[in-house]
Design a protein around this ligand. Structure first.
Ligand SMILES: [Zn+2]
Length: 355
């Protein structure tokens, strides 16, 4: 296959040094599944991928999102590792260094895209980040890499308006809370609801000056490609284009895949491919294609592999068809109609394109 575009990929064996307790789903082998998919794409379209070496986040970068107490608590916890920070979240001896490397990768690839050095990127890293709050680890997450990257873009690259799309099956409570009062950062999340971590109702729409800049799209269990593609077309894309970001970060979990053991959704390779195409179309329209995908969750090898291949294919294919000009219908009385109505009820006054 002839592929003329290029994409940068962050992969590093050190991300497997955050060692999971037996039976824990957030385990190093997840990245072997992602790595095999990247190799498969490499063989399919030689020369289309280039590697980026990750770097660790600085204290200053982490402290733009997290408290000093939180940073030091992770550093301290690894000294007596292995251990747990809550019922779900563990540390092994290398976890502080690995989590700094993951957060630094998010910052580094974002700054390189912002400077024009590279065009687009996918980071295959762990631990994930979107549940990490300013002052505590949570839900397998130690530092919130996407939130840290967003602040670094503002502070180090002068990029003001940032869109964070979180398509992980779980709501990114940490990311929402980091930016809910900030009108320059739009956080859009599709997630199974009600579900862990309990946040993410449609009515959570931001606070103070940031009202309208949190756009939650809660979805009942059992949603698949049709529902996801439709909400991307009818809710995400119009709001994103109206917000008009200068940069898009994707919290890219693959745990809404049909095979995932934690999520109860039914996205297939086709769905992730279409979702990627829509995000790409929005990025190319709004911000010269400045777009970075950061791995969050995803606990089935097949889901991680198919999701990764879909993102690479969706980003790299030449001359994609427009999925924004040809939208799926919303059947009356469907789950989809209920999902869309709940979001419109909250946000039609903020975004005329979704009214
Ligand atoms: Zn998740």
């Amino acid at each position: 296959m002839a592929v003329t575009r290029r994409m940068h990929v962050v992969e590093d064996p050190r991300f497997r040094d955050h060692v999971a307790p037996d039976g824990h789903p957030e385990k190093p082998a997840r990245l072997l599944a992602v790595g095999e998919a990247i190799s498969q794409w490499d063989a399919h379209a030689p020369g289309s991928l280039e590697r980026l070496q990750p770097r660790a986040a600085t204290d200053e970068e982490i402290l733009a999102v997290h408290s000093a107490e939180h940073l030091r608590s992770i550093e301290t916890a690894v000294k007596s590792a292995p251990g747990r920070l809550d019922a779900d979240t563990y540390v092994s001896p290398a976890s502080f260094d690995v989590a700094r490397l993951a957060a630094g990768s998010c910052v580094d690839l974002s700054l390189r895209i912002a400077s024009g050095e590279i065009d687009r990127a996918f980071a295959a890293l762990r631990p994930p980040g979107h549940h990490a709050e300013a002052d505590r680890a949570m839900g397998f997450c130690l530092f919130n890499g996407v939130a840290i990257a967003a602040r670094a873009l503002q502070q180090q690259a002068g990029i003001d308006r940032i869109l964070i799309l979180d398509w992980d099956v779980h709501h990114g409570n940490g990311t929402q809370h980091s930016f809910e009062g900030d009108r320059d950062i739009l956080y859009v999340s599709t997630h199974q609801f009600p579900f862990y971590p309990g946040t993410g109702a449609a009515g959570e729409a931001g606070t103070g000056e940031g009202i309208g800049s949190t756009l939650n799209i809660p979805m009942p269990p059992g949603c698949g490609d049709y529902e996801y593609i439709a909400v991307f077309q009818h809710l995400f894309a119009p709001a994103a284009l109206e917000f008009d970001p200068d940069f898009i970060l994707v919290s890219c979990g693959f745990d809404a895949h049909e095979t995932d053991p934690l999520g109860s959704m039914g996205i297939t390779r086709t769905g992730y491919f279409a979702m990627t195409q829509i995000v790409r179309e929005v990025a190319e329209t709004a911000c010269n294609g400045r777009l970075a995908f950061i791995l969050e969750g995803g606990y089935a090898a097949q889901g991680l592999a198919e999701g990764t291949l879909s993102v690479l294919e969706g980003m790299l294919q030449d001359d994609p068809e427009s999925l924004l000009s040809n939208r799926l219908e919303i059947p009356d009385g469907s789950n989809l109609a209920d999902i869309v109505r709940a979001v419109r009820d909250v946000h039609s006054g903020h975004y005329s394109g979704i009214a």
